[in-house]
Design a protein around this ligand. Structure first.
Ligand code: PMV
Length: 315
């Protein structure tokens, strides 16, 4: 019996998180070292319409009928069927696995959605365009994040570095010279929706100050774009440091993230910052390939629960 499978990578934001929610540009890249995978098979003995769902990583074994419609896994299946105008889903099994850390700013929710959308639509005998996958995954991101900018579903759908501006067409970034980053996970799970909502409260109280911080982050993302496209990657380190400072001023860092950022720089990184929603999750450090191992070891000694060394811009 054929199995329809699809994978989607993780992602990391290099520049511009939070400011991107307020219309400023941000840069995100896929992280191919981790991924989510969905496998869909027909269940010939199953009652028509019965969709068995297995997600062992979150210890979930259930059927579509038993999930609330606003559960991200149910929403993605229902939305895919409705986009393809399928009224009667054939009995099937959907198995989802993922090596992407959850609630750590690496796009695990969006990657699961994208993998399911591609595998499930293939099982139904259709192909969804990248645009459709991106839009459908965005709908599910709203369940995860409340008011997402759309950066996660975009970078994960296209699996390419992106210069992202909310509600604008995809802008793929050409990386002139590949560069290495180390990703360090604080191990603290921090739901993005809460941090995004706290930033909104701060913005409502001190709009001028927050708008200035967002403008500064936008300028950093735009300079970083030039550096990435020109191959002058040495200027990315100081831009990361400056972006981290702005994120601290927004109140989205935490002592653990600040400590890992400082340790990475002491161990020889050229710059470092928190990445994603903040208050936990991951930080990133720009390194030369030779320094990568030292920086990763220093981060782990300082309490990082996981480090990933990844090359950005390798075809
Ligand atoms: O999913 P995360 O934690 O990488 O963060 C999302 C980035 C934010 O800018 C904070 C929110 C958003 O929707 O863009």
């Amino acid at each position: 019996m054929p199995a329809y499978s699809a994978s989607a990578p993780g992602k990391i934001i290099l520049f511009g998180e939070h400011a991107v929610v307020y219309g400023r540009p941000a840069i995100a890249v896929p992280v191919l070292d981790v991924s989510a995978k969905a496998i869909v098979t027909a269940d010939p003995r199953g009652t028509p319409g019965r969709v068995n769902i297995q997600a062992p990583d979150i210890k979930l074994e259930t059927t579509l009928d038993n999930l609330p419609a606003d559960h991200p896994l149910a929403a993605v299946i229902i939305n895919a069927a409705s986009a393809l105008r399928i009224d009667h889903i054939p009995a099937c099994n959907i198995r989802v696995t993922s090596s992407i850390p959850v609630a750590a700013g690496m796009g695990s929710g969006a990657a699961v959605s994208v993998a399911i959308l591609r595998a499930f639509s293939a099982f139904l005998g259709h192909t969804l365009s990248d645009n459709q996958v991106c839009d459908l995954a965005y709908e599910v991101e709203k369940i995860h994040h409340g008011t997402p900018s759309g950066i996660d579903n975009t970078v994960i759908t296209y699996a390419k570095p992106v210069y992202f501006v909310k509600a604008e067409p995809i802008d793929i970034l050409q990386v002139n010279r590949p560069f290495t980053i180390v990703i360090g996970d604080t191990g603290i799970q921090s739901p993005t929706a809460i941090v995004v909502s706290d930033v909104r409260k701060g913005w409502e109280k001190a709009m001028d100050k927050y708008e200035e911080l967002f403008d500064a982050a936008g300028r950093i993302a735009s300079s970083a774009r030039q550096a990435i496209e020109n191959g002058s990657t040495e200027s990315l380190g100081p831009l990361m440091d400056a972006n981290h400072d702005l994120l601290r001023q927004l109140g989205v860092s935490c002592p653990e993230l600040d400590a890992l950022v400082e340790i990475a720089c002491s161990a020889g990184a050229e710059g470092a910052k928190l990445s994603g929603g903040g208050r936990g999750g991951n930080m990133i450090a720009l390194v030369t390939p030779e320094q990568a191992g030292n920086v990763a070891i220093a981060l782990e000694k300082a309490g990082a629960v996981r480090t990933i060394v990844t090359e950005v811009g390798v075809p």
